[in-house]
Design a protein. Sequence first.
Length: 117
Amino acid sequence: VQLVESGGGLVQPGGSLRLSCAASGFTFSRYAMNWYRQAPGKERELVATISSVGGSTDYADSVKGRFTISRDNAKNTVYLQMNRLKPEDTAVYYCNTYLWLTRDTYWGQGTQVTVSS
């Protein structure tokens, strides 16, 4: 199983970024996918989650109305569209999944998002 994030970078407050997570090594369309983030000195927190077929999503209160999670099962990819970014969104963002078939949890290597003027 491999999860590879991309799309992070430096952006000004109010700007946008789109993160991608390319998945391989498992049947992507069977599993929910999640985005987490970890800011310096803070615990890792769940940002957004999407069901296996994309019909259900959920968000942390801090990002509701600004972030959108989506997935393309044909491309084995999950996305996180981040709009109206704030300095407090600065963190390393991780892609994550729990494979219920094997009871294993997998993480990507993370991608850094920095919101600063």
